[in-house]
Design a protein around this ligand. Sequence first.
Ligand SMILES: Cc1cc2nc3c(=O)[nH]c(=O)nc-3n(C[C@H](O)[C@H](O)[C@H](O)COP(=O)(O)OP(=O)(O)OC[C@H]3O[C@@H](n4cnc5c(N)ncnc54)[C@H](O)[C@@H]3O)c2cc1C
Length: 375
Amino acid sequence: MAKVLILGGGFGGVIAAERLAEQLGDEHQITLVSRSRNFVFYPSLVKVAFGRCEAKDVSFDLRHAMLDRRVNFIEAEVARIDPIERKVAIAHGEIEGNISYDYLIFALGRRLATERITGFYEHAHHLLNLDKALKFGKAISNFHKGRAVIGQCAGTRLPVPVYETAFALARLLKERGERDQVRITVVSPGEFASEFEDRDAAIALEKAFAAQQIEFLPNFPIETVTQNSVLTRSGQAINHDLLMLLPPFRGSSAASYLGLTNDEGYLNVDWTMRVTGHKQIYAVGDCVNFTGPKMGHMATRQGEVAAMNLAAEIEGHEPVSHYSHELKLVIDEAGNDTIYLQKDIWNESPATIKRGRFWSWAKRAQKEYWQLSHA
Ligand SMILES: Cc1cc2nc3c(=O)[nH]c(=O)nc-3n(C[C@H](O)[C@H](O)[C@H](O)COP(=O)(O)OP(=O)(O)OC[C@H]3O[C@@H](n4cnc5c(N)ncnc54)[C@H](O)[C@@H]3O)c2cc1C
């Protein structure tokens, strides 16, 4: 019998657990540990903030969903992994102490490095979890005039909710008849849409921004936030009356200082999703050291690849599946200008860009699929 331990109940961990349960016989034990029993469909948090969707519509009960798939679920906080002794230290939760494993899938996502931006905690809104999205929603309700600044810091690696927030705010203000009273500025540490490394993507977004009178401020790496302004290291500053800022991301601290990660704490893996130099440990999702934005569909695909290869490893076979790093996303909330982008990152081929309301529907359908298949 093999003991398989999966850390993290997000896109990567849940898919890995489900695929393993399908592939492994009953003699093997699969356990998933996560700090919360709720799975949250993050791509809908912008809709939650803007009151277009309720909190209950974007989450489901993991324990229940995992039970149906004969996966043990433990609600607990992971402190550290020990790859030599093959055990995981649990800080607190339903159990305490160590859990041993034969095979590990690390899927703890990213850490929000808010400490790198002075004043972030006190003065910035973000929407990277349900509570913060609801709090930002309250601030939007009370905001009627002035300047809204929306952006990401250097190292955020998540452009979609920034663009979606700008479009959603423009639309809401228009509906309220207040669009003329608000200046919307999107700030970025780099050039326009530089995170997609694609000229056509930048042009499509630029057009959509122009249509909504949203201004874009490039090369503005925010280092300090105050009650009314954001500042770069070189002293450039702009004022804000409403601020939604995504902080820098880093890898999960549960794997840091073990020689398994790059300088930002992301786990080094190969194309099979195995952690470099460590048989029996796989990593998937936002926690891995791959270039480009960090997205849910990547975590999902990586979870599938890791599960297939881990099942093969248990049976004594070579890896059977290779991951290919592809970007696929929908920038919603822009009405007819909603953008779909698909790009093979490792091959550096040009992106496929499509526009139109259909993509908004497609994104909604994906959320419904996740929810229905785990009800
Ligand atoms: C607002 C927003 C909008 C987004 N929009 C899109 C989009 O349109 N399209 C898209 O593809 N992607 C989008 N993403 C990105 C996508 O959600 C992430 O890439 C995806 O969630 C990564 O999956 P993951 O499993 O690696 O990590 P996560 O989903 O973050 O899951 C990590 C899990 O580990 C748990 N965990 C973390 N640390 C610990 C610990 N120490 N102990 C125990 N448990 C722990 C967490 O509670 C969580 O369950 C969006 C994200 C956000 C926040």
